[in-house]
Each structure stands twice: as C-alpha cells, then as structure tokens.
Design a protein. Sequence first.
Length: 114
Amino acid sequence: MDELLERLKSEGCDVDGSMDRFLNDKEFYISCFKEVLNDPAFKQLGEALDDKNTKEAFDAAHTLKGIILNLGITPLYEIIVHIVEPLRVGKYDGVDRYFKKLTEERDTLKKNFN
C-alpha cells in the first residue's frame, strides 16, 4: 500500500496534502482513488461535450474537478481546470482537446494504478 502511495507521489499526486481529508486512512484513500478513475462523470462530460450542452458539461466537469482536487490527483487537476473555466462562461474553446488529454491521462493512471 505504501509503495502504491509513493508511486502516486512520483506521478505528481499530492497524496500527503490529501491524506488529512481521509483521516490518514490509506486504504480508504486508495479505494477512493480507484473509484474516481471510473467515475460516471467522465462519461457524462464526454456526452455533454458531444451534445454541446454547456450546462451539463460544466456540471460534470465541476464535479470531477472537486473530486480530483480532494484526492490530490494533480495531473488530472491541471487538465480539468482548462475544461471547467471556459464552460463556466459557456465557451467550448479548446475544451475538446483538453477532454482528450484528460481521458488519456486518466486511462494511464487506470492502467498503472488499478
């Protein structure tokens, strides 16, 4: 378990900063980490972007941003902010490109840490 947490840190995740929110329960943190990689909001975001539904896309992206931030998954957080902020004001400028990067990074984390 400690090895997995160290690997996450080496990938740029803020495990130490997040651990307080998880009452230093490493098993719970790892369980939540794995769950977020499969969160249905990723699919909802993709579908809303395909439909050009700004409100639904923003809601899904904002949900993901909060979850990702709470878990300290910095590599995903650094991408999701580029999705949330344009959607907040009803724009799609570059969002599809960042969504592609987000899903690629998430898939890499799933492959390496599930």
